[in-house]
Design a protein around this ligand. Sequence first.
Ligand code: NAD
Length: 366
Amino acid sequence: MGIFSEMAVTDHEQLVYCYDPVSGLKAIIAIHDTTLGPALGGTRMWSYAREEDAVTDALRLSRGMTYKAAITGLNLGGGKAVIIGDARTDKSEALFRAYGRYVDSLNGRYITAEDVGTTVADMEHVRMETDHVTGISVALGGSGDPSPVTAMGTYEGMKAGAKRLWGTESLNGRHVAVQGVGHVGYYLVQHLAQEGAKITVCDIDAEKIARVVNEFGVAVCNLDEIYDIQSDIYAPCALGGTINDDTIERLKCKLIAGSANNVLKDEEKHGRQLRRLGILYCPDYVINAGGLINVANELEGYNQQRALRQAAQIHDAIDRIFAYADENDVPTFLAANELAERRIRRLGKVKGTFLGERNRKYRGIC
Ligand code: NAD
């Protein structure tokens, strides 16, 4: 499929190719939709086997950002960039500054942040060339580690799920199986422990396990056992694609609520299957939107308390998704997508109102 055809299918506004032979920069910035505001999304650095794969990834990820911002009530559009290269060997100050200049050339239509393969230090190089960057260090007025805010959103989303299923949002005594106790998983376990949940965790990293066992006295299971244990809630906080043909029938839980991206291996197939199995799914990009909320806060001058309060509102977003799913008899992943599209459509109409000469000269008749 040609690039314009791909853009047409996915409803993209703009695709920007950035090349700098001196630093070796090859980057693609994808702006999906700016109806609600500037397109915000991270910059991924990855050794793509083919340039087409980089384009496809940029298009896919930027579209996801539009939906995430829309459903969370942020006035942001969706964008994402990819830098083609090996994050271990191909980084340099010049490369990120060259990239920063391209970001700057978009005049704020696209705001970047860190993502897989890029770090706060890389964003600080980007910041030397543009103001349109978030996710910089606390020392430079940035937001630093987003994980506490992401964990807050995940926790509140989980409580919304509990309320829907069991009539109370209290997680006291509920058995939660947490897969991955890294940055987000650790803070999530902290919230759950404070509330008196029964917690079982797994992780490939023995040190991460030891930390939560020592601090919160959680139980531990083997990596693969996490799908089989008799829990109330499964919280995927490690990697994507964990709900798949091999795992879905093994789940004993009633609720899925975790921070991982792309939890459903096949959104359409597994999202519908979960519904048939009577397992309530909190859509991943909604429940983990605390990370986006955190960086979006930098745009107004970062304040972690405000970011945490905003992330707690993910509870309401999840409530709305459940209500819409019930009313329209659709799975929750579809309800989230439709609600996001509805907000964009409605506000697009509102923002289309002509505001008079102050803002725009009428040049309609040639
Ligand atoms: P992290 O790398 O700090 O933690 C992931 C943890 O999962 C690590 O401790 C790792 O050892 C463990 N792990 C890896 N493979 C595993 C496996 N097979 N089984 C069990 N554990 C395994 O990452 P993070 O920042 O905590 O993010 C967790 C997930 O949430 C990721 O999918 C990430 O994309 C998503 N997410 C994170 C944020 C954020 O603010 N950090 C925001 C949105 C989404």
